[in-house]
Write a new protein. Structure first.
Length: 155
């Protein structure tokens, strides 16, 4: 694991195509049978866009950074297994995403109704950047911005 970053028992590393099956099991939407999400996970893994957090039991969560949002980084997915929530896994994945981002800015979004994600983003140093109506009827999308950090200890 040449590009793995770990502290304690949790290791954060870049995923590859061989990880997609295990990540499907971590993702509640994919595990529930959503073929579109399963296809996305496979594509993201093949493209090298996924960072995975794992311990001896296997994957605990993953995130995806893409560069299709005005040529800036965009965290398009952050998923933490229910059994791993509240253990700092999401924060570790956000830090790894920020540390590996190759663009000057890294954005993400979440629904206004998703208070746990908003709290996590704020704790991790992300700032609100705007609000978009019309994606999910009655539940606007709140955008956040992180100025990526790079240096030792990041992927």
């Amino acid at each position: 694991m040449g590009d793995a970053v770990g502290t304690g028992e949790v290791v954060v590393r870049r995923a590859d195509a061989s990880d997609s099956g295990a990540l499907v099991e971590v993702d509640a939407v994919a595990a529930g049978g959503d073929d579109g999400r399963r296809d996305s996970i496979r594509r993201w893994c093949r493209q090298g866009s996924v960072v995975v957090a794992e311990d001896a039991s296997g994957p605990l969560g993953y995130c995806v950074v893409e560069y299709t949002f005005f040529e800036q980084g965009f965290l398009s997915m952050l998923m933490v297994a229910p059994r791993a929530r509240g253990r700092g896994v999401g924060h570790r994945l956000l830090d790894a995403a920020a540390g590996s981002c190759t663009a000057p800015k890294l954005f993400t979004s979440t629904n206004v109704s998703n208070q746990p994600m908003q709290r996590l983003l704020r704790r991790a140093g992300w700032s609100p950047a705007g609000l978009l109506h019309g994606l999910d009827e009655g539940d606007p999308e709140l955008f956040f911005l992180c100025r990526p950090r790079t240096g030792p200890g990041y992927l």
